[in-house]
Design a protein around this ligand. Structure first.
Ligand code: HEM
Length: 384
């Protein structure tokens, strides 16, 4: 007796996706919070994780309705028991991991949507309602619990995968039985080719649906060509401090603002000014302290419709050096009538003393004004 073509196909597809998710999961959580790569990898991780959840559901249904081949007759009883136990643990973990990940992002105080393949909105689980959580602290604490469950389950699954591969190789090379062979794709058999053809049709239909939805939801715009400048009043004259290296990861949906997100990162060491005295101070510990804080970041936490047309009200956390403060501002979008290109502008006045900027070297407002304005400009275009 052997495994069905469907069971073999789902086994290898989920195996590849899960090993990828484990590796990417570990890699992305090792990146700096402000790294835009962490943001984009997490979005892809969520999409593939949900795909694994759906495939795992299908796999369990298939397993419940189709008998698996028995353990090799000659295997000792403890080995049969260990195999059954580890297979059961696999089924638990391939559900627990995606469900804990889904729960974590659903309760997250950052409230970032899960957009499958950057297009299809996947709902959040109403965990806060189920657990009757109202305060941000309670939500953050549950987010932490789900994160721990996800982390521990990921580590257990990684160990189990290694043991599973080792056991399969032992059966093949030492016991020389058919345990590995019966999970081998029988690629020349019409049944397996049928499963492959069906999968290809599903992938094709899925790809078509995603591209159609993405075209029709052209209201979701992504950022490019960004610039970040700090305008300061230096001895009475407007002085610009330009960050030549900045990156913006934005998804702006004016029709459904809750779908939007914005992450801005600037490399503090790339700040320059035409005022040479200011320029000299910028890298110092009293200004941007570039050695200890190479990046300053903004991460949005909520978007709502603005009062003016084509504007959105944004709230989020601005981190400069060791200080993180919640800030609000208006994001204004404009479209060039001739080229049809859209762009976004943000002007955010902050008090530099709140972020310990120039506190010791320019404590006097007559030399550098307390209020400095962060100006962010970027182009908006359709995704892909
Ligand atoms: C079988 C499926 C999945 C596997 C094997 C998996 C694996 C992992 C691993 C190993 C990590 C690193 C955890 C750590 O060491 O701290 C991770 C992180 C993460 N996973 Fe998953 N995951 C899966 C599904 C999902 C799903 C479905 C979601 C959400 C919809 C998700 C959301 C996340 C997020 C947001 C993080 C990053 C947490 C952080 O930034 O600290 N995962 N995942």
């Amino acid at each position: 007796m052997t495994y069905t073509h469907v069971a073999v196909f789902i086994h290898w597809v989920t195996a590849i996706l899960i090993i990828g998710l484990l590796a990417v999961g570990k890699f992305m959580t090792g990146l700096d919070d402000a790294d835009p790569l962490r943001f984009s990898l997490t979005q892809t991780h969520k999409t593939i994780g949900i795909l694994v959840l759906l495939l795992s559901g299908l796999r369990i249904l298939w397993r419940l309705t189709h008998k698996a081949p028995p353990h090799p007759a000659q295997a000792p009883a403890w080995e049969k028991f260990a195999a059954s136990l580890s297979h059961f643990a696999f089924y638990v973990l391939i559900l627990l991991l995606p469900l804990s990940g889904w729960a974590m992002v659903s309760i997250s105080v950052l409230d970032i949507d899960t957009l499958l393949f950057n297009t299809i909105e996947w709902p959040h689980l109403p965990i806060a309602e189920w657990l009757n959580l109202a305060s941000t602290e309670a939500k953050a604490s549950w987010e932490h619990h789900f994160h721990s469950a996800h982390h521990i389950a990921g580590n257990v699954l990684a160990v189990l995968v290694l043991v599973h591969v080792g056991a399969a190789l032992k059966h093949h090379f030492i016991d020389k039985d058919d345990v590995l062979r019966r999970m081998k794709p029988r690629i020349t058999e019409p049944g397996f080719l049928g499963v492959l053809a069906f999968a290809a049709v599903c992938i094709g239909a899925g790809y078509f649906a995603v591209t159609q939805i993405s075209k029709s939801s052209a209201s979701t715009l992504v950022a490019s060509d960004s610039s970040v400048t700090l305008q300061a009043d230096v001895t009475g004259s407007e002085t610009a401090i330009v960050f030549s290296n900045s990156s913006i990861s934005a998804q702006i949906d004016a029709n459904n603002p809750a779908n939007s997100s914005l992450m801005v990162t600037v490399d503090t060491a790339t700040a320059t000014s035409t005022n040479l005295q200011v320029q000299g101070s910028l890298p110092n510990s009293d200004w941007f302290d570039v050695d200890n804080f190479p990046q300053a970041t903004f991460q949005s936490t909520s978007f709502t419709s603005g009062q003016e047309p084509n504007s959105l009200e944004v709230t989020g956390d601005l981190t400069i050096k060791e200080t993180t403060r919640s800030v609000d501002f208006t994001l204004i979008m404009t479209t060039d009538e001739q080229t049809g290109e859209s762009s976004a502008r943000i002007d955010l006045p902050i008090n530099r003393f709140d972020y310990q900027i120039g506190l010791k070297s320019q404590p006097n407002e007559d030399s550098v004004g307390a209020i400095v304005t962060i100006q962010v400009r970027f182009q908006l275009g359709n995704n892909g």
